[in-house]
Write a protein that binds this ligand. Structure first.
Ligand SMILES: [Mg+2]
Ligand SMILES: [Zn+2]
Length: 256
């Protein structure tokens, strides 16, 4: 029984934080700015890339950095296996579309993913990379009642939208007799995450058949261990703590 497999990107699909990794490879000085500025995170990324460009930095250096981002071969195997078993793979991330695209392409796994929900980014005609917030600063706020989601993205609401889209596609496919890949809303869900903003989407998993892969030693695990008992109790999915991609691959090999 396949379903929807959602991956956070930084420290989940890949073994680093892509924002910090790229800026660090551009300039240690910009990395210091990144670690110390109070500016909103996505705006700060954009600002650091602007500084780099203003200092004469080339877009190629950014693209080269993307090819050095570590991704565990077992994570690739887990994604390939899920895809082969008929799961719909998606990424829900607070990184940006250019980094994610570049890294997936470098590892040759872009075609495995049906959707990438993240902050939009683009190269301008001067070969400078711009990164924007998924929810712009002047747009209505997402209003998630949890209060732990980032200003620019509530991954829970993004998963809601995605599931609605997939259901619509599914009924459209049925209506025209198409044999295209179908997605039934009753199917299972699995979610791979490591950060506090990976908590909200996990509330969309309503069954003990669903699996919540929580990375050990990172902020999501600490959040789940908070003394407030309703935090962990609200999770209906089976929680599996993981350290390496091999832990996920092992579970993926066992599920249908
Ligand atoms: Mg993460
Ligand atoms: Zn939320």
């Amino acid at each position: 029984m396949a379903g929807l497999a959602c991956f956070d990107f930084d420290w989940s699909l890949i073994d680093t934080d892509s924002d910090r990794f790229v800026i660090q490879s551009l300039s240690p000085e910009l990395r210091r700015k990144l670690d110390t500025s109070p500016m909103q995170w996505t705006d700060l990324q954009n600002e650091c890339l602007k500084d780099f460009y203003d200092q004469g930095g080339s877009g190629q250096v950014v693209r080269d950095a993307l090819t050095k981002v570590p991704l565990d071969p077992d994570m690739i195997k887990a994604c390939q296996l899920l895809h082969a078993k008929g799961w719909t793979l998606v990424i829900v991330s607070d990184a940006n579309s250019i980094y994610i695209d570049g890294i997936l392409q470098h590892y040759g796994i872009k075609q495995l993913f049906s959707a990438v929900i993240t902050n939009p980014a683009f190269w301008d005609s001067q070969d400078r990379l711009h990164i924007q917030r998924l929810i712009p600063a002047d747009a209505p706020p997402h209003g998630c009642p949890l209060g732990i989601c980032s200003l620019n993205i509530c991954k829970g609401q993004e998963i809601d939208k995605l599931q609605k889209q997939l259901r619509q596609q599914n009924s459209a496919n049925k209506a025209d007799g198409s044999t295209a890949e179908n997605f039934a809303p009753s199917q299972r869900m699995l979610y791979v995450g490591d950060g506090r903003n990976d908590y909200c989407p996990a509330l969309r998993m309503q069954s003990s058949q669903d699996i919540y892969f929580v990375r050990k030693g990172r902020s999501l695990e600490a959040y789940l261990e908070k003394s407030a008992p309703n935090i962990r109790d609200a999770i209906k999915a089976r929680i599996i703590l993981w350290t390496r991609a091999a832990d996920i691959l092992k579970v993926v090999q066992e599920i249908a």
